[in-house]
Design a protein around this ligand. Structure first.
Ligand code: SF4
Length: 405
């Protein structure tokens, strides 16, 4: 396909595809899907080889959020029976982090529910970062605490945080349909604050919330404009007790097309498969490693993932290798930029099920903002709800049971 040849050429040059090309990836047929994966896989291998970076989520504070994000089981009014607890103590968080690191994770993502932290919360997290870094040499730490106020990103950086995650989640045009208690602009502002403070910015999206192909392309182009180092791609887990519980509209093939499109638009960013991997990609997960260069090990914030050992086996069986602490995640030009801006952040990424985000950008292309779609939206058939694959987390942080790592 001429389209794929063009996209590979652009990806290797870090040149932005056109909106029409990005939409065309989402509109490819199942017959062409393996060709799409192979093409995006060339771009992935060019920038990241066959390495897979493992991140590990630690939910520092679960539930009880006053915000109303429709996709989130921690939202105001959620009736999902999730674990609810307030801030973990630094040693509790460090213990949870150590389990993930022992399982092969390179970065720990510290996440807290809520609109955003108070300055006291930031000090609390600073203490947790110190405890984790003191007890786990070489670990990278990403914080995901919601909307940041002035000075908080700088304080987190000073405390040793390497990265900050805050997702855009969906397009600017549809953001108000998903959340009413804060705005898309609020999210952009926090990503920019993290970036300006020298933190490695991580910002991504959630697919499967009823958005159109044009919305997906819009949010991914907006992410490229923000220029995050890492882009987590969540596939909505329609959890009972949330307003989007009936939104079962993703197929494994659709997920692969979305990941391929993100790889073509953000070729040298760390693309991470985040929440929903097991639920929506299912047995096609190994194929997705050709598109993304990072995943979460083990469980998510409020739901359980497959066994950590199954993640490790999958990576080995598919012919990929786990990225070590002695390997730099990002391509040289990005790592150098990070050093210049922030004073030595080695790599990036991070994704969480809810609050997080990302940003990114880079030279070469015509960094576009969204305009009208030229390619018709493809409507995928609704899929049978796979509620059997959704299990509320009952182990790890906030419980007496061992974490999954
Ligand atoms: S995504 Fe974050 S801010 Fe939104 S409801 Fe969930 S925990 Fe609260």
């Amino acid at each position: 396909m001429d389209l794929l040849t063009t996209l590979v050429d652009k990806g290797l040059r870090r040149e932005l595809p056109t909106r029409e090309e990005a939409l065309a990836v989402l509109a490819t047929s199942d017959d062409d899907l393996l060709d799409v994966v192979a093409a995006a896989g060339k771009v992935r291998r060019h920038w990241f080889g066959r390495r897979v970076k493992l991140n590990y989520l630690v939910n520092l504070k679960s539930g009880l959020c006053p915000e109303d994000c429709s996709y989130c089981s921690q939202r105001l009014g959620s009736t999902t029976g999730i674990l609810k607890y307030t801030w973990l103590k630094p040693d509790e968080a460090s213990k949870a982090a150590a389990a993930g690191l022992a399982g092969g994770a390179k970065r720990v993502c510290l996440v807290a529910s809520g609109r955003g932290p108070t300055d006291r919360d930031v000090e609390r997290v600073a203490g947790t970062i110190k405890a984790i870094k003191d007890q786990n040499e070489g670990v990278e730490v990403c914080a995901c605490l919601g909307l940041l106020s002035d000075g908080q990103a700088e304080r987190l950086r000073e405390a040793g945080a390497d990265a900050y995650n805050h997702n855009l989640n969906t397009s600017e045009a549809t953001y108000g349909e998903i959340t009413t208690t804060h705005t898309y602009e609020d999210r952009v502002d926090t990503v920019q604050k993290a970036h300006a403070a020298g933190l490695s910015a991580c910002s991504g999206l959630i697919a499967g919330m009823g958005e159109s192909d044009a919305d997906l392309v819009d949010v991914v182009f907006s992410l490229r404009e923000l220029d995050p180092d890492s882009v987590p791609v969540n596939f909505l887990i329609p959890v009972e007790g949330t307003p989007l519980a009936k939104e079962w509209n993703l197929t494994p093939q659709r997920c692969l097309r979305i990941l391929a499109m993100v790889r073509f638009v953000c070729p040298d960013a760390e693309v991470r498969i985040a929440g929903g991997r097991e639920v929506h990609l299912r047995t096609m997960q190994p194929l997705a490693l050709n598109l993304a260069n990072s995943i979460f090990l083990g469980d998510y914030l409020t739901t359980e993932g497959q066994a950590g050992q199954a993640d490790l086996d999958m990576i080995a069986d598919a012919g990929f290798e786990i990225e070590g602490t002695d390997q730099v995640t990002l391509p040289q030009h990005r790592a150098e930029h990070r050093t210049a801006v922030g004073g030595g952040c080695g790599s990036h990424e991070s994704a969480c099920g809810g609050c997080g985000g990302c940003e990114s950008h880079e030279g070469g292309g015509v960094c576009g903002t969204a305009t009208a779609a030229a390619t018709p939206t493809v409507t995928e058939p609704r899929t049978e709800p796979r509620t059997d694959l959704v299990t509320v987390r009952r182990r790890g942080a906030g419980t007496d049971l061992a974490p999954n790592a």
